[in-house]
Design a protein around this ligand. Structure first.
Ligand SMILES: Cc1cc2nc3c(=O)[nH]c(=O)nc-3n(C[C@H](O)[C@H](O)[C@H](O)COP(=O)(O)OP(=O)(O)OC[C@H]3O[C@@H](n4cnc5c(N)ncnc54)[C@H](O)[C@@H]3O)c2cc1C
Ligand code: SF4
Ligand code: SF4
Length: 394
């Protein structure tokens, strides 16, 4: 059998899964893209553009482009609100599928699906612009999504992504209790929906903002020792785009270390230091003032035990990348091990698409923190490895 007639299942429809599916289809495979949520695009579909007078290369718009490719590709069948129930390997893989919890919402509005896709749960999670695009383009329709109890495939790519850290676990930040303490995810989604950053309590633009880095990552008490790699770049790029929009905006970044954001990092970091205040200390307790602002205390400087108090209109918790919620169960189902941190282990340091289980590959943040650009590259590598494997198996 030639690789042209091979079938591959990609589990997870974030940027990694979309890219893997698209690359595999381009290489001649028939692809089943199985997504647990009732929309495609994963976490990154809700991120905002961070351009100032120029593109800051945050990668967010790459997700929409890939989404467009995938829904228009006839060799890719999309299974929304669907999960893997079990896998039997007997030559190829027989994969049992079941509807996920998200299916309930989708079903409730099935009748309005074609007539009013923007009002339907099937497109929940898309930005306003993206929803309009789909409405005008007509690409997302019932024919592009499928449903099945089981499928037979020759290889599987696990691209189930990550879970953003839940700041409620760090209770002293009083996330969800104080309206003007938000997470990095909230900030992205709000900026994308409103086109600008607004304070949740009164819908007004903030004048003084704090970013608190390393929330959930590099935290010994939580046992999360890894650096999430993406929270410095996203926080600083967002802060810079906010400052570009409002040069009077007062921004303080509380940090332990700043992660290198790429080739342009020294210039970019210097620009940020010129425009914002950096404090190498992480504040702990947050209090609400009578006028709905957030008061916090921190040590003035390293080695200086003097506590300083400051008040902000908005505090942004730069949450990190945690292992996907289904990693443990999925690892058992597909027979691919996890590493000590709970991400899918890469069997070969030089070939990070391999899981050690024959025919099962991994792509994107399912195997650990990555940016959008890195997830795209990893997914491309995984697709290439799948085709090599299928070539050997045929
Ligand atoms: C607050 C925040 C801001 C960020 N901003 C940026 C940025 O500006 N630029 C940048 O480069 N990176 C950014 N990142 C990182 C970026 O989010 C990731 O690089 C990217 O989302 C990884 O894509 P992924 O496909 O691996 O995972 P995900 O985006 O997590 O997608 C995984 C998909 O798999 C699905 N899934 C999960 N489990 C199952 C299952 N059992 N069955 C079927 N489907 C399943 C999920 O529903 C989801 O759709 C940010 C991260 C955070 C936390
Ligand atoms: S979304 Fe990011 S990569 Fe795209 S134009 Fe805006 S800044 Fe540039
Ligand atoms: S990327 Fe920055 S904020 Fe995120 S864990 Fe690493 S050092 Fe901390």
């Amino acid at each position: 059998m030639s690789t042209q007639s091979k079938k591959v299942m990609v589990i997870g429809g974030g940027i990694a899964g979309l890219t893997a599916a698209w690359e595999l289809a381009g290489l001649g495979a028939q692809v089943a893209l199985v997504e647990k949520a009732d929309f495609l695009g994963g976490n990154a579909i809700q991120y905002a553009c961070k351009a100032t007078d120029e593109c800051r290369q945050c990668g967010a718009c790459a997700v929409e482009s890939m989404l467009k490719n995938v829904v228009n590709e006839p060799a890719i069948s999309v299974y929304l609100a669907t999960e893997v129930a079990g896998i039997d390997k007997n030559g190829n893989f027989k994969v049992g599928l079941k509807k996920s919890d998200a299916a309930r919402d989708t079903k409730a509005c099935e009748s309005g699906y074609t007539a009013n896709p923007t009002g339907c749960a099937a497109v929940k999670g898309y930005s306003l612009n993206n929803a309009k695009y789909y409405l005008a383009d007509g690409s997302l329709n019932p024919e592009t999504t499928g449903s099945a109890d089981s499928l037979e495939v020759d290889a599987v790519v696990v691209a189930t992504g990550f879970t953003p850290f839940d700041p409620q676990i760090k209770s002293t930040y009083r996330y969800k209790e104080l309206e003007n303490v938000v997470s990095g995810m909230d900030l992205e989604a709000g900026k994308r929906a409103n086109g600008t950053v607004l304070r949740p309590s009164d819908g007004q633009p903030p004048k003084k903002v704090a970013f608190v880095q390393c929330v959930g990552s590099r935290d010994e008490r939580l046992g999360n020792l890894w650096c999430s790699q993406v929270c410095c770049p996203y926080a600083l790029r967002t802060a810079q785009s906010m400052k570009y929009k409002d040069p009077e905006l007062d921004i303080t970044v509380f940090y332990m270390d700043i992660q290198n954001t790429g080739n342009d990092f020294p210039v970019f970091y210097q620009q940020c230091k010129d425009e914002m205040k950096f404090v190498r200390n992480i504040p702990v307790d947050m209090y609400k003032t009578d006028d709905d602002r957030i008061r916090t205390r921190y040590m003035a400087a390293e080695g200086n035990s003097e506590a300083v108090e400051d008040v902000f209109d908005l505090v942004v918790l730069s949450v990190g990348i945690m292992p996907g919620a289904d990693n443990a169960s999925l690892s058992e189902t597909v027979g691919a091990p996890l590493n000590d941190d709970g991400f899918f282990a890469c069997a070969d340091k030089l070939n990070r698409a391999l899981t050690g289980q024959e025919g099962i590959f991994v792509a994107g943040t399912a195997s650990g923190p990555k940016t959008i650009a890195e997830s795209i590259v990893h997914a491309g590598q995984s697709a290439g490895e799948v085709m090599k494997y299928l070539g050997r198996a045929s």
